[in-house]
Design a protein around this ligand. Structure first.
Ligand code: AQP
Length: 337
């Protein structure tokens, strides 16, 4: 394998407002990578992914700008990282077509997200939803990204990205695409619904009380956490005591992630307390951490032209990387150049 430039890529769908799950599982990790400075960092609003399920156009546009505001408010610096909207960098979709011809139907059909989102009526799902992982592979590999920080739910898609890269390299006898590494770290790689600790917190969950939105005000955050599902038992002294208590475990994990700690330390400090008190502390912690972000997001949303300028500049910088990689891909595949 050739030496690839150390490069981090990750994306978030503007398919709704940002949730605490996106923030803890993804954005805080992005900010950490940017701070480390060891890798080039590229972060993306994956609007082409969002339309694999129906989106209202004006809402999609607003959500994309709001997502960009969320990245900026949480600490992504558009000078140090490249911040883009996927549809403004056409090489993502162009490489995805090549990968549609490399990936196998069987691989796609096994994806958990496809099964979950297509539900009982897969015949009525969009072709785009089925091909989603090939576009995601293109998002990553059009930068030759070496590392992808994601939440636990995306692990299978990164494995598929590696399968696509390996098959392309094998079929064409090249060492062109890297074997990208998923990076899944921390106490909140899978933040669960506040109403059901066995279900992932999701921005498209129809029940708003199931999630904290980054745009929620302090009172709403506190109310949602106070009403979060738990059980009547006190907090145990260590994480093994939570193995059969998914709702309780979820709140402890959220507390650990928000306080930059870990579940064992949180439980050692809170052993024996009842959830009524713990939830109040958790609400205070969440408000202290999230309120400045939502305030800054609201300020940025009043300046949509500034957001659009940042995205246009990001696309320009991104294309310095993506155009040569796509051109070389076309050559390898046999297109006349
Ligand atoms: N609940 C979560 N806990 C930890 N990480 C999460 N992520 C999403 N939900 C959680 C991580 O956020 C990044 C962006 O995800 P996405 O927006 O591309 O899609 P998703 O994983 O399908 O997120 P949602 O909120 O559930 O969106 P919808 O409802 O539209 O499908 C990824 O790194 C993901 O792991």
């Amino acid at each position: 394998m050739p030496d690839f430039t150390p490069r981090v890529f990750s994306g978030i769908q503007p398919s709704g407002g940002l949730t605490l799950g996106n923030y803890l599982g993804a954005i805080t990790k992005f900010v950490d990578w940017q701070a480390k400075g060891t890798h080039e960092t590229i972060f993306c609003m994956v609007d082409l992914h969002a339309i694999t399920v129906p989106q209202e156009p004006a809402t999609l546009r607003r959500n994309t700008r709001e997502l960009c505001a969320g990245f900026l408010a949480a600490g992504i610096d558009p000078e140090r990282s490249i911040l883009i909207a996927q549809s403004q960098v056409p090489e993502h979709a162009q490489l995805a077509w090549i990968f549609n011809c490399v990936a196998r139907m069987g691989w796609m059909g096994r994806m958990t997200q496809w099964k979950d989102k297509s539900g009982k009526n897969a015949e009525a799902a969009s072709l785009g939803l089925f091909a989603y992982p090939a576009l995601m592979a293109a998002d990553i590999l059009v930068y030759h990204a070496t590392h992808v920080p994601v939440g636990e739910d995306q692990k299978q898609h990164i494995e598929l990205t590696r399968d696509i890269a390996a098959k392309f390299n094998h079929d064409y006898g090249v060492d062109f695409f890297p074997m990208t590494e998923p990076v899944i770290e921390g106490a909140a790689t899978r933040v669960m619904s506040l109403r059901d600790g066995t279900k992932k917190m999701s921005k498209s969950d129809p029940v708003d009380a199931s999630r904290i939105n980054l745009t929620d005000d302090a009172d709403t955050i506190a109310r949602k956490l106070r009403k979060a599902k738990t059980d009547p038992d006190p907090l145990p002294g260590d994480p093994t005591g939570l193995s059969e208590r998914p709702d309780a475990r979820n709140l402890v994990n959220i507390y650990a992630a928000l306080s930059d700690s870990d579940p064992a330390t949180v439980l050692a400090e809170h052993e024996g307390r009842m959830f009524g008190h713990f939830k109040q502390d958790l609400a205070d912690l969440a408000v202290a951490r999230l309120a400045p972000i939502s305030t800054e997001m609201a300020r940025l949303m009043d300046e949509p032209a500034e957001i659009d300028r940042i995205l246009a500049r990001g696309a320009e910088r991104a294309r310095e990387i993506t155009v040569p990689i796509l051109e070389r891909t076309y050559e390898i595949v046999g297109m006349v150049r």
